[in-house]
Design a protein around this ligand. Structure first.
Ligand SMILES: [Zn+2]
Length: 317
């Protein structure tokens, strides 16, 4: 956690719970955004009652040691604008689930439910890369400008599903040509495997890296190869970065933020991704040369951002 080092724990404390497809991570978060205690469990199968019991369990464990004022739940799914119901969660059993009321009743504490990406964006704005920035956009995360932009029905900020290539690659959302099919970590692996299957000689060093197993060509392997200077891996990053830059330029045309914070696994690659993204952003930005340019930076808080943001939003009420 990149919170201010040292110093006493600052109250009031709140608990943040991040519900992912595989694990439930919870933490006690202080008013400076520091995680002062943690608990985690595997996400229970597909039974939503079991997930709610699991939330009550981790919160109970943390409350034994810390007095808290509220609980924030970050869920990977569509959360309604009242922050009470999970309308749909692709990786979980929730369908129009009144999660807030169900958990609030068990815990006897105020509960806020937020989309996990919005929660992470909030944390980056409060305690991370976006501090001091009045208007920022977190990509792969959500949008924030002092109030998370949820839209009328709670579904704003799904930038990854803006269609950028009509009839392009199929997306899990059901459409074709969504931005995330061109500007995300998964693309690195998909393109590398396609090149390897086509027998392209540029992939020979990559194939040696994975012992000839094409299916092992995934994002983290490509990132490592690019860091080692592999020309094919670097080229794949330039392609993904180019698309990211185009996507950001479109977002800048619509939202005019002061900063873009790039999160998600692929952002670990840092400048390998951001340099080509900035170049293509500059080439694509409308009104370029006649407007201040937003900064493009990587997220600062890491995988606990969602938990920290959920806790802080709950504390704010
Ligand atoms: Zn899509």
């Amino acid at each position: 956690m990149n919170a201010p080092a040292g110093g006493a724990v600052q109250g009031p404390l709140a608990i943040g719970v991040d519900i992912g497809g595989t694990k439930v991570a919870a933490g006690v978060v202080d008013a400076a955004g520091r995680v002062v205690a943690r608990a985690r469990r595997l996400t229970p199968s597909r039974d939503h009652r079991a997930v709610e019991a699991c939330i009550a369990d981790v919160v109970g464990v943390l409350r034994e040691q810390h007095e808290v004022v509220a609980v924030g739940i970050g869920a990977a799914g569509f959360v309604d604008a009242e922050r009470a119901r999970v309308l749909f969660a692709p990786h979980l059993a929730w369908r129009n689930e009144p999660l807030r009321d169900a958990v609030q009743e068990v815990l006897g504490l105020p509960v806020v439910v937020e989309n996990d990406a919005n929660a992470a964006a909030w944390a980056e704005w409060r305690f991370g890369a976006g501090r001091q920035e009045s208007r920022l956009v977190c990509v792969t995360l959500g949008t924030g400008n002092g109030a998370v932009q949820r839209g009328r029905y709670g579904m704003a900020g799904e930038f990854g599903h803006m269609v950028v290539v009509p009839d392009g690659h199929r997306c899990e959302c059901g459409n074709r040509g969504c931005l995330e099919q061109y500007a995300s970590g998964n693309v690195l692996g998909r393109e590398a495997r396609e090149l390897a299957r086509a027998g392209s000689p540029v992939t020979v060093p990559l194939m040696e890296r994975v012992g000839g197993d094409i299916d092992a060509l995934v994002g983290p392997v490509i990132t490592e190869a690019a860091r080692d200077g592999d020309p094919c891996a670097i080229e794949l990053f330039e392609e993904v970065g180019r698309w990211l830059g185009i996507g950001l330029a479109n977002l800048a045309a619509a939202l005019d933020p002061g900063m873009f914070v790039i999160g998600g696994g692929v952002s670990d690659a840092g400048e390998l991704l951001l340099r080509p993204a900035r170049e293509s952003f500059r080439r694509t930005l409308t009104g370029r040369g006649f407007r201040p340019e937003p900064r493009i930076v990587t997220a600062a808080l890491g995988p606990e951002a969602g938990l920290v943001g959920a806790a802080d939003l709950a504390r704010a009420g």
